[in-house]
Design a protein around this ligand. Structure first.
Ligand SMILES: *Cc1c(COP(=O)(O)O)cnc(C)c1O
Length: 439
């Protein structure tokens, strides 16, 4: 299948090219040329299938023309080495827990899938071009870096450079990408997250670097990272159908760059019987404003307790527009929005814990609130719980007045030895470093 750019200024390209370059040359985001509807009998029998079986079938729909079935199934099964269960929180509100992966956040799914797909294409495409490894550059304020680094750890033919702002990520986040070694290099930048992001952007735009090295991104602009996120929406439906509760399903997604909810919309386009979606935001509410006014006005982000959603210019907005042919009216038929302040997020964590005994993380709290406030008579709501509450220990403990224990696999990172390379925020230094050290 071919992939076209949302800016329509370049020729549609292959999956391999879309995945190994990330962004299209015209700076647009890649979209698959077709979104094939899955057959009726798939949905009729889905409640009897496991998550892995469902994901394999969905993956074939997207990638079946480009990757041999056996290879694709292996990529999917290696990715989904953990479950994404549905749990009742209280009343008509359920949650799809996406935090059972190695770094306890939903980004594990996309990162692990992308790593394996990149390794697959790196083997086939690398020799032909005469270049070496695929080099993944990722700027992080914390969470993305850990998911990508762990997802790519030990994957042949791929090297990851994680750029993070010195002193500005939490110690537990830092040790998740600085202690790994092998094909993961952590670069500690003397600057802010924006400086890190600027270094990565400049590298992608640099002619000399791109002539000598294969560079790609691993954030949700990459089709290999965001499309696999559609798998677990089908699992949510299957597990609710199993319980006889899939009739009027509303899915609510705590959103930042809107990659996760876009994957849900792809699932819906493939025929998943979801009634509607809700995008839950923190104080960074440009999407909600767009829904209300039809005007999209990106602006600098503000810091909140749900910091993985502190995004002022959601990168996947272009994909949502494209999916709905730029129709504000059609978007509003399927997606509504809600936004919450830090005080509301904190109170939600307290209330949900007190009333139902379920511990939310600050991102999931926005999802829970949006369902509590917007669910209509006869509807069943499922929000995506995007991170384990222990990842936001201080906020959560303060809200519930109890301690939260760090799962042992996260705790294990804290015993590793930090290895990172000091870097200035000057592009010339970063470029020199890559030319000397990347393969
Ligand atoms: C990345 C992230 C989000 C936002 O997801 P998008 O795909 O960027 O909308 C929400 N919650 C957590 C915990 C995250 O790490």
């Amino acid at each position: 299948m071919k992939y076209y750019s949302t800016n329509h200024q370049t020729q549609p390209t292959s999956l391999a090219e879309a995945v190994t370059t990330g962004l299209a040359p015209d700076r647009g985001l890649y979209m698959p040329e077709q979104i094939k509807t899955l057959p009726q009998d798939f949905f009729e029998n889905i409640q009897g299938m496991t998550f892995q079986q469902i994901a394999c079938r969905v993956a074939e729909n997207f990638f079946g023309e480009d990757i041999a079935t056996d290879d694709l199934h292996k990529i999917v099964c290696d990715t989904l080495a953990f479950d994404c269960p549905v749990v009742n929180v209280g009343g008509d509100i359920w949650t799809l827990e996406l935090f059972h992966g190695p770094t306890l956040a939903f980004k594990d799914v996309g990162a692990r899938f992308m790593a394996r797909m990149l390794a697959h294409f790196s083997k086939s495409a690398g020799c032909a071009e005469g270049k070496g490894d695929v080099n993944v550059l990722v700027a992080t304020s914390g969470d993305t870096g850990s998911a990508v680094a762990n997802g790519f750890l030990g994957v042949d033919g791929v090297h990851v450079f994680v750029l993070y702002p010195k002193g500005k990520v939490s110690p537990i986040q830092e040790c998740q990408f600085t202690t790994l070694g092998r094909n993961i290099t952590a670069l500690e930048v003397d600057g802010t997250f924006d400086d890190c992001q600027a270094l990565v952007k400049d590298a992608f735009a640099d002619g000399e670097l791109n002539a000598k090295l294969r560079l790609t991104s691993a954030n949700s602009i990459n089709v290999a990272r965001f499309l696999p996120q559609s798998f677990y929406y089908f699992n949510a439906y299957a597990r609710m159908k199993e319980r006889g509760l899939a009739g009027n399903l509303v899915i609510c997604v705590p959103s930042g760059n809107f990659g996760n909810i876009t994957a849900g919309l792809f699932a819906w386009r493939m025929g998943l019987p979801v009634k509607r979606f809700i995008a839950a935001n923190n104080a960074n509410d440009v999407f909600l404003e767009y829904l209300k006014t039809g005007q999209y006005s990106p602006r600098p982000s503000v810091r909140t307790l749900a910091n993985a959603m502190d995004v002022g210019a959601p990168s996947n907005f272009a994909r949502i527009l494209d999916l709905f042919g730029n129709s504000h009216e059609d978007i509003c038929k399927v997606i509504s929005g809600a936004a919450y302040t830090d005080a509301e997020i904190s109170k939600a964590i307290t209330d949900c814990h007190k009333t139902y005994g379920y511990t939310l993380d600050p991102h999931g709290a926005c999802g829970w609130l949006a369902l509590r406030d917007n669910l209509r008579e006869g509807e069943t709501g499922v929000f995506l719980e995007t991170a384990h509450p222990a990842k936001f220990k201080d906020t959560v403990e303060q809200a519930i007045g109890e301690s939260v224990t760090l799962p042992s696999r996260l705790e294990a990172f804290t015993h590793g030895e930090k290895q990172s390379v000091a870097m200035t925020a000057a592009f010339a230094d970063f470029k020199r470093y890559l030319l000397d050290n990347a393969k």
